[in-house]
Ligand binder design. Structure first.
Ligand SMILES: [Zn+2]
Length: 343
């Protein structure tokens, strides 16, 4: 009989994806049928404040979606009280799902509202991973910003990506910078695997080659490519976990847009991590400065935006943060301060 193979478990990584991605020009018009498919009858609409104020819901979404009530407006970086107010608005209406139109803030707020709608106790009871079994998420992404459909009723996940309605004037660069940071963070995370590298590399290569055409010339095919690359980057970092950029960007006391801060940190974190990265990935992040020059992004904080106190907020936020422990290069508070923030 052949000898038994060694029973030791070596370093393991996990990849799981239950997200249904619907991509293509015009895919936003499929939201009503996708809601129906998920069995959501009374959704609450959670909308990014900027999108709502610019009248883009009426402009973008099919009429039957644009008129959904209640409409809960999400400010930048919402807090627990604002989430609770959303829950108090949606609960009496018997909402059985949440449709989210917006970026990170709206998505987080909408998911939090959905969790509270179908689970007992306080939102903070569900902090951490593997705590929730009663809610699943379906999302779609009509622009830089995401439309995310969240429901308690279905196990399917959905994203639709429709490049037509990406608006440069409205968004500046923040969401694209965040998407680029998601691909990079996956590539310099400890949890990366061949599968996540496949997604993150393709996403980053697409940003490097297609973002100027999308942002500077609003070419439809390029916009669509950026949508799909953003989705691929999310699927990559959703599995690897995020790293140093997002760890430093975790302070609730820094009142700057999430994507903007990541964009300011990105090249510095890339140089910090570079010696620990694959040669192939090094050559990709080396192309970031010329991409940023091409799209007119200065890639660092504006003068006076970050002082000694803010620097401390960044460093303190990252202390013992799981994202920082997931970063390929270990760091001390001091090394971050000098190598990353003040470079
Ligand atoms: Zn992010």
């Amino acid at each position: 009989m052949a000898p038994r193979i060694e029973q030791t478990v070596h370093d393991t990584r996990m990849y799981a994806c239950e997200t249904r991605v619907v991509a293509g020009l015009g895919s936003i018009n499929l939201i009503p049928s996708e809601l129906e498919r998920c069995g959501i009858q009374r959704p609450a609409l959670v909308v990014d404040q900027g999108i709502a104020e610019a009248g883009l819901i009426e402009q973008w979404l099919p009429t039957e979606v644009a008129c959904i009530e209640p409409r809960i407006i999400c400010p930048m970086n919402p807090n627990l009280q604002q989430v609770q107010a959303g829950v108090d608005t949606a609960r009496p209406k018997g909402c059985d799902g949440v449709l989210i139109v917006g970026g990170g803030s709206a998505i987080c707020m909408g998911k939090a509202i959905a969790i509270c709608l179908v689970n007992h106790g306080d939102l903070l009871d569900y902090e951490g991973s593997e705590k929730i079994d009663k809610v699943s998420f379906m999302h779609s992404r009509p622009s830089y910003f995401e439309v995310l459909i969240v429901t308690a009723a279905s196990a399917h996940h959905l994203r639709t990506y429709d490049g037509r309605i990406r608006l440069r004037s409205f968004t500046s660069f923040s969401p694209s910078l965040d998407a680029i940071s998601h691909a990079c963070e996956s590539l310099w995370s400890r949890n990366r695997s061949l599968i996540t590298d496949g997604l993150a590399e393709k996403a980053l290569e697409t940003f490097l080659t297609r973002l100027p055409a999308a942002l500077n010339h609003r070419e439809l095919d390029a916009l669509q490519d950026i949508m799909e690359a953003s989705s691929a980057a999310n699927l990559a970092c959703g599995n690897t976990g995020l790293a140093l950029c997002h760890a430093m960007n975790a302070s609730p006391d820094v009142a700057l847009p999430h994507g903007y801060v990541n964009g300011c940190l990105l090249t510095a974190v890339a140089s910090f991590n570079r010696p620990f990265m694959d040669e192939r990935h090094q050559s990709m992040v080396d192309r970031l400065p010329s991409l940023f020059a091409e799209i007119g992004w200065q890639a660092k904080f504006a003068k006076g935006e970050v002082d000694r106190d803010t620097t401390e907020l960044f460093v303190n936020a990252s202390r013992d943060h799981p994202f920082r422990n997931n970063n390929i290069r270990s760091s001390s508070g001091e090394s971050i301060q000098y190598d990353v923030l003040l470079s």
